[in-house]
Design a protein around this ligand. Sequence first.
Ligand SMILES: Cc1cc2nc3c(=O)[nH]c(=O)nc-3n(C[C@H](O)[C@H](O)[C@H](O)COP(=O)(O)OP(=O)(O)OC[C@H]3O[C@@H](n4cnc5c(N)ncnc54)[C@H](O)[C@@H]3O)c2cc1C
Length: 496
Amino acid sequence: MAQRTEVDVVVVGSGPNGLAAAVTMARAGLGVQVLEAEDTLGGGARTLDLQLTDVGVTHDICSAVHPLALASPFFEAFDLPSRGVGLTVPEVAYAQPLDGGRAGVAYHDLERTAVGLGRDGAAWRAFMTPLMRHQREVIAVSLSDKRSIPRELLSPGGIAGALTFGSRLLEQGSRAWNARFSDDEAPALLTGVSAHAIARMPAFAPAGTAIMLASLAHTVGWPLPVGGSQAITDAMLDDLRAHGGDVRTGVRVSDWRELPRARAYLFDTTPRTVLEVWKDRVPTAAASALGRFPHGPGAAKVDFVLDGPVPWTHPEVGAAGTIHVGGTRAQMAAAEEAVHRGRHAAAPMVLASDPSVVVPSREIAGLRPFWTYAHVPAGSTRDVTEDVTAQIERFAPGFRDVVVASRCVPAAEMAQHNANYVGGDIAAGAVTFYRMVARPTLRADPYAVGIPGVYLCSASTTPAPGVHGMNGWYAAGRALRARFGIRRTPDLSPGR
Ligand SMILES: Cc1cc2nc3c(=O)[nH]c(=O)nc-3n(C[C@H](O)[C@H](O)[C@H](O)COP(=O)(O)OP(=O)(O)OC[C@H]3O[C@@H](n4cnc5c(N)ncnc54)[C@H](O)[C@@H]3O)c2cc1C
């Protein structure tokens, strides 16, 4: 990048948080340039033809399932459905196959779920109903910047919502987590959702993840985008370009001297990258705090092409948008514990989605993508194709027979297509209770890095990983106020 250009704002990285920040800044009337290291845009929200077939089957190389594309305050304001992004909500949000042909099945419909859970149905209903009633407060707590009290909580109803969330967090984050359940299915369902945090269990961070995502399954549902996750990215890019944004690919930023002169820089990267780019310009105390930000365990991705549906023993599992493959609560907790101790679990936690079940157009010429990833120790170089295949076969005998092709990206190689996933850490930072607040540090402004005008806006900041745009939105809000004196949140609605 030889030439220096003048822009108001430079955003480094085009993941959902980078684009949320870029869109917000552009909507404020500022000139925005996005610099992306890869040749494709979207970071963790990309859908690509991996050339595993010659008919053009596409794969979500990172995220695939998007409850927060409907429920996060950023995406509510941005309004993906009005922009033509189809977010298809399956009747079965997620399922948890168990040995012996059993399964826990979480329907979009709460009552159906409770009925299916038999004698744990009433306990499930009692757990979920108040969370659903207080959905706004649950989202507000979960997706707050952890520095201010969300306005949703400043009312008697808000306080009730916070107490509802807190009581369930204490229960599911502690050894009391089995207290209300008798059978395997309901606890397994909650544990499968907790496992999105890739953390030891029981603990508060995975419990918070489960409370938010499991209750969303019964409200907005767990949609899959028509066309894959790329549809979300493309809608954000369209808006950015319509508001004058300039987007460049193949630009890996490694030194601040290469950057165009700008009044604000937002980094959709890890803290480590910020330290590399800004070097000794970062004040010592801030550099040392950012340098201590820990990465979590890894995920290894396996993308399959199948010539038919997965032959799940339990038929309702085949209707689910997301399948948590790991067995019972105890089995999944043991697998996650092994990974935390730096060992490969004998039967690892696997997340899976067969998008054609929900969005039939994903199947091309009888071939369908099948999205999976397994939890592994940080930096693992293991090709987990066989581990994942064995786990799926355990609950879907005959799976091997429908596999036409596959590709594994071991954890150690994840950073090759997204530098944020250090050692396969797809959360871009360890997910612990402390690190959900000190994300990346305990500073009053978690987005500031100690250099005026330079901000972090990625999943390494509060509130959390995931495709919800909140980290980028919050960081942009701080930058707008501090650097441009703009206090009003720009209108993000599609009409403008
Ligand atoms: C396998 C997998 C499955 C997932 N499943 C889900 C899911 O189903 N639902 C969900 O909500 N979330 C899911 N996630 C998590 C979600 O994708 C991430 O939390 C989210 O994408 C984070 O967004 P971000 O903008 O912070 O960063 P990212 O999306 O990671 O984007 C960061 C961008 O910055 C670029 N970049 C980094 N360094 C530089 C540099 N030096 N110069 C220029 N560019 C740079 C990267 O190339 C990348 O494009 C999944 C992630 C993975 C990997």
